[in-house]
Ligand binder design. Structure first.
Ligand SMILES: [Zn+2]
Length: 279
């Protein structure tokens, strides 16, 4: 299976978004008061050339994000995010450069609906788009905008297939959905960063890949079980982090968060989060 990382520009956020501080609503206030920025972090989307069809995990950001008025001025959070995206960095042109027509993509799986993951949705009018029902419901309408989503920028035709995640154990994850007939691609519910966040686990003959979205901003934070600053529920976040750690401890796994500067190198070298020694 060929797997590609597509970097759709960069983003800088506050340090206390990466590693949260305080309890309850104070965490988000601390993010907004923080004067320390991260370096420019990559915004990755992922492409999996699966025998049953091309799978895209997240769509990255749109170049419109750098235009005045893209982020609603009335929302206080957006003073805490800066993005850099050029039109040729959007996922559509980069897919074509790989020889893949966006219309030929079979599935687009959304880890969640924050704009740096959903900004490229307009490139996929013909794909089957899957995401969790909880995420879709949280992101819709004006309350979605208050929560930090931008539903006003979704394509008119956007009508995703909504996953309810009936109980189906996958390793330590109680709720999962098997995407492929081969049973080698699983969508697992990983709530915490957002209420309906999910991740994608791909297994080929040799390796397991965990497309983690924003379950953590990099691998170290997952290994150290650090909770981010924008979570809607720290307890849920910690439970998901614990499940991911349990999984990578038992299965050598290439862990690929969307904003980890070292993710691309780990993908290329197939470097697992934890090397599990043979007995
Ligand atoms: Zn996010």
């Amino acid at each position: 299976m060929r797997i590609h990382a597509i970097q759709t520009g960069t983003v800088a956020i506050k340090s206390k978004q990466v590693s949260g501080q305080g309890s309850g609503p104070l965490r988000l206030i601390n993010v907004m008061l923080d004067r320390t920025w991260t370096e420019r972090l990559p915004i990755y989307a992922w492409v999996i050339e699966h025998p049953e069809g091309v799978i895209v995990v997240d769509t990255g950001e749109t170049a419109h994000a750098v235009e005045a008025g893209y982020f609603p001025r009335w929302h206080p959070y957006y003073k805490s995010v800066r993005e850099w995206v050029r039109p040729e960095e959007e996922i559509g042109p980069q897919l074509r450069a790989l020889g893949i027509t966006p219309d030929d993509v079979r599935w687009v799986v959304m880890t969640h609906l924050h704009t740096d993951h959903a900004g490229g949705l307009h490139h996929f009018p013909k794909a089957q788009i899957l995401l969790s029902r909880a995420e879709y419901q949280a992101a819709r309408g004006f309350t979605g905008q208050v929560r930090g989503y931008l539903p006003q920028h979704w394509p008119d035709w956007f009508a995703p297939e909504l996953l309810d995640f009936a109980p189906q154990q996958f390793g330590p994850f109680p709720n999962s959905y098997t995407l492929t007939k081969a049973g080698d691609v699983h969508i697992v519910a990983t709530p915490g960063h957002t209420v309906g966040h999910c991740s994608v686990v791909v297994q080929d003959d040799m390796h397991t890949f965990f497309f983690a979205g924003d379950t953590s901003y990099n691998e170290r934070l997952m290994l150290e079980q650090v909770v981010d600053g924008v979570t809607t529920n720290s307890t849920v976040y910690q439970e998901t982090a614990r499940q991911i750690l349990t999984y990578v401890q038992s299965t050598p796994t290439v862990y690929l968060p969307s904003h980890d500067p070292e993710a691309l190198q780990r993908l290329e070298t197939r470097k697992p989060a934890i090397s599990v020694k043979a007995e």
